[in-house]
Design a protein around this ligand. Structure first.
Ligand code: MBD
Ligand code: FE
Length: 280
């Protein structure tokens, strides 16, 4: 396998397979709603054509590119980078506890589970700065939650996700912790690197053609849930890190920026971040 396949054709296509297994679709069609959304979505595109006097050459380039995104298997990647942030804001508008953001294309359920404390699965020589990530899951009044589940997944020091880039052990840098009565969790891991959209696929071609940069800031992905509470899907970023102020996926919020400090014992950094969960 070439390096080219390892990025776009690898990660993009794997994200399509993961999506097909979890898609929240089905149920009866609400024709009035679909008609209203489709009318407005098409009207927005028609307006762009008029405003920019889009040519037949550009129209054909769009068709060719759309065909290629499907062939690459990059629709989950493209949509999660450029559209999910607005869907997420609408979905989470009424929350008052822990702040959410987009899930992205690289979640896998069923990571190895521990109670209270875990070292994420990692290779013997896993590169990266050691990182202790800990906190408490509570209700909105700050009372600790027993039996809450904290799922954590993130890229490695080169920006690759296990199960989406080849050659990485299955559950590398993915794990989940079940809290006990004190609501506490502690993960030992390494700090992830910024993530670059594969430059050799159709999403990368789109970013390049637009003259933008293809980077997301280094981030931790989390899903936190507990009986009787709303699950929150979120990400956490590192203060001062590259692209925190300029995320291509527009998924950074001020509440989600961590301020780690040097670890009190041992090498690397540590940070405490709590998750107050809204009632279900
Ligand atoms: C990622 O790692 C990610 O989190 C998102 C949202 C999109 C692409 C890659
Ligand atoms: Fe990510």
């Amino acid at each position: 396998m070439t390096t080219t396949e390892a990025t776009a054709a690898g990660s993009g296509r794997s994200a399509t397979e993961a999506f097909t297994q979890k898609a929240r679709t089905g149920g009866p069609v609400d024709h009035a709603r679909v008609g209203a959304i489709a009318t407005d979505a098409l009207a927005a595109l028609h307006e762009v054509v008029r405003t920019h006097r889009v040519t037949y050459e550009e129209y054909d380039a769009l068709k060719a590119w759309l065909i290629r995104v499907g062939e690459d298997g990059e629709w989950p990647l493209f949509l999660d980078v450029f559209l999910e942030h607005e869907v997420e804001k609408v979905a989470n508008a009424d929350r008052s506890g822990a702040v959410g953001t987009i899930e992205g294309p690289y979640y896998k359920p069923g990571a190895p589970e521990s109670t209270s404390e875990a070292t994420l699965p990692m290779r013997d020589d896993e590169p990266g700065t050691p990182f202790l990530f800990q906190g408490t899951v509570t209700d909105l009044d700050g009372a600790p939650l027993d039996g809450a589940l904290v799922e954590l997944w993130h890229a490695d020091d080169a920006g690759y996700y296990s199960q989406f880039a080849p050659g990485i052990p299955e559950w590398n840098l993915r794990g989940q912790i079940r809290t006990t009565a004190d609501g506490r969790f502690a993960f030992r891991t390494i700090q992830p690197a910024p993530y670059q959209i594969p430059t050799d696929g159709s999403t990368g071609a789109f970013v390049d053609a637009a003259g933008w940069h293809p980077w997301r800031p280094a981030h931790l992905h989390l899903k936190v849930s507990a009986p009787g509470k709303q699950l929150v899907t979120t990400q956490l970023y590192f203060d001062g890190g590259d692209y925190v102020a300029d995320d291509v996926a527009q998924a950074v919020k001020p509440e989600l920026v961590l301020h780690p400090t040097p670890a009190a014992s041992g090498p690397g950094n540590e940070v405490t971040y709590d998750f107050p969960l809204d009632p279900a």
